[in-house]
Design a protein around this ligand. Structure first.
Ligand code: RIB
Length: 361
């Protein structure tokens, strides 16, 4: 078996320096020496004992991330952004899907803690107005000293740094953009009531309508999970037996993709018969037909900032006031489904907004 001394001999340095390179410290190593050591490790096929290293350094250079469902491209892209940021810092990412199930979510948290990860990042299922986290997950975290960051949702009273985006402001921008196309009503296809992002986006939609002197009717608010199949079903219900909506704000690109498929199958033209703006800014939103106008979340920045937070010294012991949630800005990416004919425009500029076909300019 290749030992650290073999690597040191091959690289012309000491075993201690090999350890500094493998463990990322505690002493600094010059770039030239580091590269000789890494080449010797590669040439000799040296595999440091991770467990022995962890015992020695009290670090495993691993981070655990729990997402609701990485089949959803938003979570897939976000997990990739977290993984890139972690890898750049010398950490590997362990990923688990909670599948919106507290037992499963708790099992992943518990396993990550038992494996001595250096930090846990949780995109938690959280019930508005309920205790911060569902019971099993909360008990799995009870007393844990491992750094924790709550991403995308911020359960109210859990003591941990959290990172979200301006859901309310983004929904406001989307709804206002549709109103500026001349629509007399904007239907909101909201996400699940128990999730902060859905609640906050609904607030932004309401604010834009209120500012336009409109009172949202109960039937102007439909709901589904953040899924394509449920967006498809919701579209069918919205167009059955009621005055057909001419504008929809969908709270996720996933739901909007379902709406587009339903519209295509039934001959409802987008944006001519119904305009659509959604939320998330997943890569596919640029490739739907027509391309989606959407409120883009800063997915790369979310990944980078989350890793910075989880690797930073955790401020204050539990019991001190929870740190204020960090909230990153979002941007309206105008493409075609809203009714704008122009190229993709980043950012919410009060662009010359073409009136909806058949409506007065
Ligand atoms: O599409 C998944 C949705 O759930 C995103 O909007 C994200 O913010 C999460 O809350």
């Amino acid at each position: 078996m290749v030992t650290r001394d073999d690597v040191a001999g091959r690289a012309g340095t000491s075993s201690a320096v090999v350890s500094y390179v493998v463990n990322g410290g505690p002493r600094k190593v010059s770039a030239a020496t580091r590269s000789k050591v890494l080449r010797a490790i590669e040439d000799l096929g040296y595999r440091p004992n991770g467990l022995a290293r962890a015992l020695r350094t009290q670090k495993t250079y691993t981070i655990g991330l729990v997402v609701p469902d990485n089949v959803n491209p938003f979570f897939a892209q976000l997990a990739k952004a977290v993984e890139e940021a972690a890898f750049a810092q010398g950490y590997v990412l362990l990923l688990g899907n909670s599948s919106q199930d507290d037992t499963r979510q708790a099992a992943y948290v518990r396993t990550f803690l038992e494996r001595q990860v250096d930090g846990v990042i949780l995109i938690a299922e959280s019930d508005i107005g309920q205790p911060a986290l569902p019971g099993r997950t909360a008990s799995a975290l009870q007393g844990a000293s491992t750094p924790l960051v709550l991403l995308d949702r911020h359960p109210s009273d859990l003591w941990a740094p959290s990172l979200t985006v301006d859901n309310e402001g983004g929904a406001y921008m989307a709804t206002r953009h549709l109103l500026e196309h001349g629509h007399a009503e904007v239907v909101c296809l909201a996400g699940p009531t128990n999730l902060h992002p859905a609640q906050e986006r609904t607030q932004g939609w309401r604010r834009a309508l209120r500012e336009a002197g409109m009172r949202p009717k109960t039937k102007s608010l439909a709901r589904s999970r953040f899924r394509r199949d449920e967006g498809y079903v919701a579209a069918r219900e919205l167009f059955t037996g009621r005055s057909r909506p001419t504008a929809i704000f969908a709270q996720s690109d996933e739901q909007a993709i379902g709406v587009l498929r339903w519209a295509h199958e039934t001959g409802v033209r987008v944006p001519e018969d119904v305009a659509l703006v959604s939320f998330d800014g997943i890569a596919e939103s640029a490739y739907t037909n027509p391309p989606l106008s959407t409120v883009a979340q800063p997915i790369e920045e979310l990944g980078r900032r989350t890793v910075e937070l989880v690797l930073a010294p955790q401020p204050g012991p539990a019991g001190s006031p929870a740190p204020e949630p960090e909230c990153l800005p979002v941007r309206l990416v105008v493409r075609r489904t809203c009714g704008c004919a122009g190229e993709e425009q980043d950012g919410y500029a009060a662009a010359a907004v073409a009136p909806a076909p058949g409506r007065p300019s």
